[in-house]
Design a protein around this ligand. Structure first.
Ligand code: JHZ
Length: 397
């Protein structure tokens, strides 16, 4: 049974940054109702009604996976780790974005799948065979006609974006060698509950995975998890190591350990999610209270990181220009545009937080360490960060 536990109200498509605010642009903006459900049978948490992927993964896709030092390092280190552990001869990446992972492989040893045409162009230009398509049964048939089966398939922050998991995993099964490995990482439900990071729910995050849910789903495609890692990236992610049911890999004790941790945390119980939903409401009211109080005191507040996540917060909490002056971001193709739904201007973050800013709300709270290091000048002159994870709080030097 599917039980709705969280209603995050009317939301825009997070990737739909507006180039200008005029009647035509705002009238055409697409909104949908963002609510989240828990499947009491397989324990999967998903959006109740996913948006049509063709509306999301366009030739104007804004997110660049290589924008932070943290992620560049993370992709380099996972690529090296996978190469030395599994010694793949032929690999594939699903959702290759701007090639930040691919770059660690020789051009004839890996192929890429990327439906956003502007991104597929980048990796093609770098010399990597890139299929500019969505990952599905049809594409796999095409790839297997042209290439061989794969020893390694890797995917970061993509599988959770695909509505039809059965087709996705069946296609993985078909593409893998008998002892091939599929490694994928996405935000972790256990961390969302722990950190109260409700902003992980937005149009692209159709599912937020736990090990217990993913194990149930993989079984249906004759696949299994044989190892799992908890990562710090993106505010808490899981990296699942998956193989065919009859493959040679024995199951690492990390799997049993995480499963029992999840049962202790109650990730299999509806009540865990309804309690989380109450904490989300509380977080909203406390954040609004704080921002209104700062406004009353004439403090200048901006947001740091025009993240997809922060679109959920601004639209759910109804935070606009009145409470946040502008948003800072280092991504060139977001700068000069306006945030989806609430239309806050995005300015470059490259020269640091301007002198006259008193507070910066952390839209990119998942990069706090990196941002703090960069923004020492801001902190030293008394500037403060605001975060909502795990609770609304102010961070100073
Ligand atoms: P970041 C995206 O979500 C979308 P977002 C996607 N759906 C997904 O799953 C996750 O990524 C993985 C900026 N920044 O990565 C860069 C600075 O300006 O948390 C980015 O725009 N200065 C695929 O958008 C944004 O913040 C900095 O110093 O929620 C971070 O976005 C740093 C470190 C970042 O993901």
């Amino acid at each position: 049974m599917k039980k709705k536990f969280l209603n995050l109200l009317k939301q825009p498509i997070t990737n739909s940054y507006l180039s200008s605010i005029n009647k035509r642009n705002t009238k055409n903006e697409y909104f949908y109702n963002l609510s989240v459900i828990f499947n009491t049978q397989n324990f999967l948490v998903s959006l109740s009604k996913p948006v049509d992927p063709k509306k999301q993964y366009t030739d104007k896709y804004a997110h660049r996976a290589s924008q932070s030092f943290t992620m560049r390092q993370s992709f380099k280190s996972v690529a090296n780790k996978l190469k030395s552990r599994f010694k793949p001869n032929f690999s594939m990446e699903i959702g290759s974005n701007d090639g930040v992972f691919l770059k660690n492989f020789k051009k004839n040893k890996i192929v890429a799948v990327e439906p956003c045409l502007n991104l597929a162009k980048i990796t093609k230009k770098l010399g990597y065979k890139t299929y500019p398509n969505f990952w599905n049964r049809k594409l796999v048939n095409k790839i297997l006609k042209e290439k061989s089966n794969f020893d390694l398939i890797y995917s970061a922050n993509t599988i959770s974006h695909i509505p039809n998991l059965k087709e996705t995993f069946d296609a993985i099964y078909k593409s893998l060698n008998d002892n091939g490995v599929f490694v994928f990482e996405d935000p972790y439900m256990g961390s969302v509950i722990k950190m109260n990071s409700y902003d992980q729910f937005y149009d692209e995050h159709v599912h937020i995975f736990s090990l217990i849910a993913i194990s149930n789903i993989l079984k249906k495609s004759k696949l299994k998890v044989f190892d799992v890692e908890l990562l710090q990236t993106h505010g808490g992610s899981t990296r699942f190591y998956v193989c065919k049911e009859n493959a040679k890999f024995s199951i690492n004790k990390s799997v049993k350990n995480l499963k029992s941790k999840e049962l202790k945390q109650g990730l299999h119980k509806l009540s865990t999610y309804t309690k989380f939903a109450s904490r989300v409401k509380k977080s909203k009211y406390e954040l609004l209270e704080l921002l209104k109080e700062l406004k009353k005191k004439s403090k200048k507040v901006v947001s740091y990181g025009a993240t997809y996540k922060s679109a959920t917060i601004f639209n759910y909490c109804n935070i606009g220009n009145d409470l946040i002056n502008y948003v800072l971001d280092s991504t060139k193709n977001k700068q000069g545009k306006f945030t989806p739904g609430k239309h806050i201007l995005i300015k470059p973050s490259n020269n640091g937080i301007p002198e006259d800013v008193d507070y910066a709300f952390l839209g990119a709270w998942n990069f706090l360490k990196e941002i703090k290091k960069k923004e020492q000048k801001f902190l030293k002159r008394g500037g403060k960060f605001i975060t909502h994870v795990p609770k609304i709080k102010i961070i100073s030097l």
